[in-house]
Write a protein that binds this ligand. Structure first.
Ligand SMILES: [Zn+2]
Length: 304
């Protein structure tokens, strides 16, 4: 049973090109007015799978503390406000959540906490067919899957242990390839009629050999072949924010290497569990899988 659960977790991380059988997205519900006050969230309507930029008006000397959905918020000072980049996992429970933010001590304590509703994002459903070894792996494949899982856990642990935990990114993210992004994040998929999985990244329609660029600055956490992901590069952007590029035909970086935004990290391809060449690009914040297309649309502050 332990293997089955790890297989499902891995499957959920992996990717394929979107199915033509997906249903069209439903129209979103009526949007409420954005909240006003010392804390603002962008996007103002918080959906499962959404990255969120928190902007907090507090003195430059304040020591902010906060948490949301089981995550510890990491704040940094911008030009005229405090910020935290956070997000809501694609599988987060819907309904009210408590965003805790406070600063100061004793009678001078300022509590900026508020209730944030988490709304459904109406992701699509589809089915597709891959090599049977990716749905019902044999003993040799199980050993490779286990090795890949350990490599990823080691990379995430290295990210968690990073100190000081400051943003390594600065300003908005760039698209990792010059290719069309598909509306594939959050899609519920059935592989070969058997394995159900949620697609936790965005597929870009990139032909094999397309240059893949770093979406923002950071440090390479992992750069190696993995069973489902194929040739994979993970970049740690600081404060628990990690981007992954999968199915590469070539890797051009090494673990520990410092990367600047827009730097070439490899070439796209069709390695791992795929139905054809494409780039799968995923965004993870403290274990929460976020919609990369929403991150690309966000106007993020530069490091002061
Ligand atoms: Zn994918």
């Amino acid at each position: 049973m332990a293997f089955r659960s790890s297989l499902l977790v891995l499957a959920a991380l992996c990717l394929l090109v979107p199915s033509a059988q997906g249903q069209h997205r439903k129209k979103p519900a009526v949007r409420p007015a954005p909240p006003s006050g010392p804390v603002t969230l962008t996007p103002a309507v918080v959906e499962a799978g959404s990255p969120e930029l928190l902007r907090i008006q507090a003195p430059a000397t304040a020591h902010l503390e906060g948490g949301w959905l089981g995550h510890k918020l990491a704040f940094f000072r911008g030009n005229s406000a405090w910020y935290a980049l956070a997000g809501v996992d694609v599988e987060a429970p819907l309904g009210p959540s408590t965003l805790k933010i406070s600063y100061g001590q004793g009678e001078d304590r300022h509590d900026l906490s508020q209730t944030i509703p988490i709304r459904a994002a109406h992701y699509t459903t589809g089915s597709l067919t891959v090599s049977p070894k990716f749905v019902e792996p044999g003993p040799d494949e199980k050993a490779l899957i286990e090795a890949a899982s350990k490599a990823k856990e080691k990379a995430f642990a290295a990210s968690d242990a990073r100190t000081p935990n400051i943003p390594l990114w600065s300003g908005s993210f760039l698209a990792p390839v010059k290719a069309q992004a598909t509306a594939s994040f959050g899609t519920r998929r059935i592989f070969n009629g058997k394995l159900a999985s949620i697609h936790k990244g965005t597929d870009f329609r990139a032909a094999t050999g397309t240059p893949v660029l770093a979406g923002n600055s950071g440090v390479v956490l992992l750069a190696q072949p993995l069973y489902y992901e194929g040739n994979c590069v993970m970049i740690d952007h600081g404060q628990g924010l990690i981007s992954y590029s999968m199915h590469l035909s070539r890797i051009d970086v090494k673990p520990g290497q410092q990367i600047v935004k827009g730097q070439l990290i490899g070439l796209s391809g069709a390695t791992g569990r795929v139905t054809g060449p494409h780039l799968h690009w995923a965004i993870r914040w403290q274990g929460a899988m976020l919609d990369p297309v929403k991150l690309l649309k966000m106007n993020l502050p530069s490091k002061p």
